[in-house]
Design a protein around this ligand. Structure first.
Ligand SMILES: Cc1cc2nc3c(=O)[nH]c(=O)nc-3n(C[C@H](O)[C@H](O)[C@H](O)COP(=O)(O)O)c2cc1C
Length: 344
């Protein structure tokens, strides 16, 4: 038995499970494992020190098509502060078009942490839309931001609530409430639920709330295939939701594991405060911040930025991606059956 939804049909995938993008880190092996296991693997906007994000996307896409025939996607952070963003928005669609295999398999571009208009305005993306089955989704952490996505004519939205790991917004709406709000306002808009998912019961709940799939970050970090440092992964099974909180990140608030680095970056009080602060961010500051990501990538989980979500409280082991997906589907099916048996 499979769980067929508007999203599995849209992307031609077996299971309604996506990996969430987790830049600035590499998620190439992870994306490959997720796509191979029947979900949709998403390549992150890699922005570690000494990397060229457009080149990284090209290398990652080539890697994907060399190792799988399954569909996959990629993320572009459209924040003005994101290094190389203009280049990515112009060149990535062009690169996808120039390789027939990539054009066939790269089916999903997720933009986030910036404007939802940026990508649709790119003339190469407009061309790509005409010659491929590419779909554009944008992350919407609140209803008014989903309104903007709809105005940008996205194909769908990723509804990410405040319990999610890493990149966050000032809205602080939980996934539970956000999904219900968006389901009410945009019942036909394809939606992927994100933030706080790691179990089959969670997937069943997301489907009940109008989503056609879930995307998971923290759950997949704690997998054998993810490229994260073993020390990073090891924090997850014993972790509880309260080990994470919102702090100050380069592109807005981020949910971090509470360590020395996090405590030195208190959460911004308001959006206005953040905007004011961002105006004064220099290239030096950006590089210093990237250094904190580099540190954690190399295993320094005390002085680096450890991005994790509250979902660590429901993850108890580091497993194979295929086992994670199989288990979630099995439990989601059991939950859906159990719930339908409530009807008398
Ligand atoms: C290590 C890490 C890095 C992240 N980087 C990005 C990113 O580059 N772009 C983005 O849109 N979201 C990013 N996020 C957020 C995730 O895409 C997703 O919203 C989040 O992981 C969902 O919550 P979960 O961890 O409970 O599954 C990141 C999250 C983590 C944990």
């Amino acid at each position: 038995m499979v769980i067929e939804t508007n999203i599995t049909k849209m992307f031609g995938i077996k299971h309604p499970i996506f990996s969430a993008p987790m830049g600035p880190f590499y998620t190439r092996e992870l994306a490959l494992a997720v796509s191979e296991a029947g979900g949709l693997g998403v390549l992150s906007n890699v922005n570690l020190l000494n990397t060229d994000p457009t080149k990284e996307h090209l290398e990652s896409m080539k890697y994907m098509v060399e190792h799988t025939d399954k569909p996959f996607g990629l993320n572009i952070l459209t924040s003005r502060n994101n290094r190389g963003v203009k280049d990515m928005v112009r060149k990535v669609p062009k690169l996808i078009m120039s390789d027939p295999k990539i054009k066939e398999q790269c089916r999903y571009i997720l933009t986030s942490a910036g404007s939802s208009r940026f990508l649709p305005e790119s003339k190469y993306f407009q061309e790509l839309r005409k010659v491929s089955e590419i779909k554009h989704f944008h992350v919407a952490p609140a209803v008014w931001l989903a309104d903007k996505c709809v105005a940008s004519k996205v194909d769908g939205i990723v509804c990410t609530g405040t319990e999610g790991g890493g990149h966050q917004s000032f809205e602080k709406v939980t996934t539970l409430v956000l999904l219900q709000q968006l389901n009410e306002k945009y019942p036909d808009l394809p939606k992927i639920a994100c933030g706080g998912f790691a179990t089959g019961e969670g997937l069943a709940a997301a489907l009940s709330l109008g989503a056609g799939a879930i995307a998971m970050g923290s759950r997949f970090i704690a997998s054998k295939q993810s490229e994260f440092h073993e020390k990073y992964k090891a924090l997850i099974p014993p972790g509880v939701p309260q080990d994470t909180a919102l702090y100050w990140g380069a592109f807005g608030p981020i949910r971090l594991w509470k360590n020395k680095y996090a405590l030195e970056h208190p959460a911004p009080g308001s959006k206005e405060e953040m905007v004011e602060h961002e105006k004064n961010i220099t290239m030096d500051d950006m590089l210093k911040d990237l250094g904190a990501y580099q540190k954690v990538y190399e295993g320094d989980t005390e002085n680096g930025a450890v991005l994790l979500g509250q979902s660590i409280g429901i993850i108890d082991s580091i497993k194979d991606v295929s086992d994670i997906i199989e288990n979630i589907i099995k439990n989601a099916e059991a939950t859906i059956r159990k719930n339908s048996a409530l009807l008398k």
